[in-house]
Design a protein around this ligand. Structure first.
Ligand SMILES: Cc1cc2nc3c(=O)[nH]c(=O)nc-3n(C[C@H](O)[C@H](O)[C@H](O)COP(=O)(O)O)c2cc1C
Length: 157
């Protein structure tokens, strides 16, 4: 799970783990707390109207962290929620033709899980393309996702 975090955050978790009685989970929670970040609590998702889930594409599928998150959704009732999935991917790993044919990406997997959980998909999944390994985003991607955000806000209004 920790490979998912940015280095400074991972370092903070490591520091907390050095304290007596603090295991990896507590260290993670404390780090979220110290940085003022919301702790993701999957059970609480059922209380929301909308879920947007996304992450990087790894070998045509989701990253390990996203896979773990999706597994946690197994026991949560998401029926009736509205949803959208997205991912980042590096198109240079495959040529355009195979990308179009396969269209296998993390977002596709996530969307499938949401649909099986009876989440109503308000907008078809979308990918943000990155240059090289780990970015930056290709030109126009930020604007594209801003537009998507605005569109979704109107759709779920
Ligand atoms: C192990 C690994 C596997 C990857 N597999 C794919 C892939 O199958 N298709 C793809 O388009 N990009 C692939 N990528 C590129 C990542 O999707 C891209 O670097 C990532 O989306 C950037 O986001 P991040 O900075 O949050 O990691 C892979 C990257 C890694 C590290």
């Amino acid at each position: 799970m920790f490979d998912f975090y940015a280095e400074p955050f991972a370092n903070l978790i490591e520091e907390f783990k050095k304290m007596p009685g603090i295991g990896p989970k507590s260290a993670q929670r404390l780090s979220f707390y110290v940085l003022g970040l919301p702790v993701s609590d999957v059970e609480k998702l059922a209380e929301y109207d909308f879920i947007a889930a996304g992450g990087p594409t790894h070998i045509l599928r989701t990253s390990k962290a996203m896979k773990e998150f999706l597994e946690k959704l197994r026991n949560v009732d998401l029926k009736g929620l509205k949803g959208f999935s997205f991912d980042t991917r590096n198109e240079s790993r495959m040529n355009h033709r195979s990308l179009m044919l396969l269209e296998n990406s993390a977002a596709r997997v996530i969307e499938g899980v949401l649909k099986r959980k009876k989440v109503y998909i308000v907008k078809t999944r979308c990918s943000a393309l990155v240059e090289g390994r780990g970015g930056p985003l290709f030109d126009g991607m930020k604007e594209r996702f801003r537009r998507i955000g605005t569109e979704i806000a109107e759709l779920i209004h």
